[in-house]
Write a protein that binds this ligand. Sequence first.
Ligand code: PRT
Ligand code: ZN
Length: 304
Amino acid sequence: MSPSPNTPARDRLRIAIQKSGRLAEPARALLASCGLSWRESRDRLFCYGESLPIDLLLVRDDDIPGLIDQGVCDLGVVGRNVLLEQDRGRGGNGAAPTFREWRALGFGGCRLSIAVPDSWEWQGAQQLAGRRIATSYPALLGQWLQEQGIAADIVMLSGSVEIAPRLGQADAICDLVSSGATLAANQLKPVQTILESEAVLAGPAHELDSVRGELAELLLRRLDGALRIRHSKLLLFQAPRRVLPDLLPLLPDAEAPTVMRLDDNDDLALQALCHGAVTWQRLEELKRAGARGLMVLPVEGMLA
Ligand code: PRT
Ligand code: ZN
């Protein structure tokens, strides 16, 4: 396929991302690292893909699963918490899910947790029986309570869930937690995680077809490369051949290192793509084991 930005609308891939909020910038940065660039519309609701026919729709995160469902956009970057809440929320009418998680994206990490007042001595989930739990995630909480066999009242609130116990609206809450500072400031403590969440690339339950399918595949290939090298570094060094057995165990996270023989002596030049942290300590260990001329380079792109 030779991608050209001047393609008809049906042949353009449309991705919904958050207009503003926690996921907005990291989503754009990740897509930009896949080689996408855009021209933004005056109303700042639409970004027209310039390098590839892949456009962005800037929306509220809660609207993203519905937009995929309606076919208004093909893909979206959204928290797993939002995606699953809307998916479970549809369960009641028996409809098959029309969207699913395509990739976990490694940012926007948080937990959907039950939190109770600091004064409670937590003995286990059964303590929630007959209690009122405030949340913006009634479907996920309802499913978890059902799985635990607990009958409790779900109090649906669209925001400021953490103050519900102090206002007497609820006994406990179920909300997103990252650092835990908000809970602590409200004299609450997390006692049970019901979902580990992060930003995900969401798409339809089925494959996309024709040109948009090809574009989605191209994007996924680049995305997989970008995610894979996110914390990777290229390590270059030299070493005598005889110390190789001591060096390789120090590179457990490296893809099979490339080993090149240097001219006229027993020295080797090695090149290893490390997916874990390449710390000073690790460099020092390699040096002690006989490596020299150690050099750590950033990795800008990778296509498997
Ligand atoms: O305007 P729009 O509807 O698009 O945005 P929003 O206000 O609904 O969403 P936003 O930007 O707040 O969050 C978007 C997504 O970020 C969420 O759906 C999660 O997937 C993810 N995320 C990651 C979080 C948090 N961490 C988080 N800490 N979303 C919300 N919080 C809130 C939480 O609700 C609580 O009020 O932060 C507070 C707790 O934070 P800590 O650090 O004090 O524990
Ligand atoms: Zn929202």
